[in-house]
Design a binder for this molecule. Structure first.
Ligand code: PGA
Length: 241
């Protein structure tokens, strides 16, 4: 089995106390599986909790970074500080960043370059909106996002996450038959066929077994279901050989 990735995106959820409890329980209950990597993406102020309390064998990373290294950029968070605190990964281009915070393709490209220079692996998120899907533009949109983000990137430090915007947080994952086609097309369109590609959008323990068996899916980016330790670990378990 090639390596798989079980990544949980906490978004703007959990207090310090809730995170400490989660990580304490995770330490007690985590049973690492060979070839399946577990990583969590907490909100930035929780970084210290992760530096201090994460089970060994589990990784973490921020959900966003500044495209600038340091300087007069009020309110931004430095990728170098995340690295100092032990982050291994960073999410770039999540659809909520693109739509709610108006991040541009050029900013995302800068963030990818800076994260890689700092030694982090980028989880670059792409995905079409419902409107684009209905207009038959899915592959065109994905291809454009891949080109915009990954031009000139160090592909050995990139994981792609395909998250159809209409499947995020809706409880309605994309259908297996559609994902089969899209992942096949994505594998043909990425600059390096060995680039891992995750699926995200309403992954839960009830559908993870079916989804992980779809050829081309190398893992998941999980939102809502990663907030409960039992469901995260249940999904993680379905991903083993
Ligand atoms: P969801 O979120 O699993 O709650 O649909 C996925 C994501 O936004 O990464």
């Amino acid at each position: 089995m090639s390596k798989r990735y079980c990544f949980g995106n906490w978004k703007l959820n959990k207090s310090v106390a809730q995170s400490q409890k989660f990580l304490k329980d995770l330490k007690e209950q985590f049973q690492a599986q060979e070839n399946v990597e577990l990583a969590l993406f907490p909100s930035a102020p929780l970084s210290f909790v992760f530096k201090q309390g994460l089970a060994s064998g589990v990784c973490w990373g921020p959900q966003n970074i500044s495209y600038q290294k340091e300087g007069a950029y009020t309110g931004e968070s430095s990728v170098e500080v995340f690295k100092e605190l032990g982050a291994s990964y960073v999410l770039v281009g999540h659809s909520e960043r693109r739509s709610l915070f108006k991040e541009t393709a050029e900013e995302l490209h800068q963030k990818i370059k800076l994260a890689q220079q700092t030694g982090l692996t980028v989880v670059y998120c792409i995905g079409e909106t419902l409107e684009q899907k209905e207009a038959g533009q899915t592959l065109e949109v994905l291809e454009r996002q891949i080109q915009e983000g990954l031009r000139g990137a160090d592909l050995s430090r990139v994981i792609l996450a395909y998250e159809p915007v209409w499947a995020i947080g809706t409880g309605k994952s994309a259908e297996a038959k559609d994902l089969e086609i899209i992942f096949k097309e994505l594998k043909d369109r990425v600059p390096d066929a060995s680039l891992p590609i995750l699926y995200g959008g309403s992954v839960k323990e009830q559908n993870s077994k079916e989804l992980i068996e779809i050829p081309g899916i190398d893992g998941f980016l999980i939102g809502g279901a990663s907030l409960k330790l039992e469901s995260l670990l249940a999904i993680y378990k379905t991903m083993g050989a």
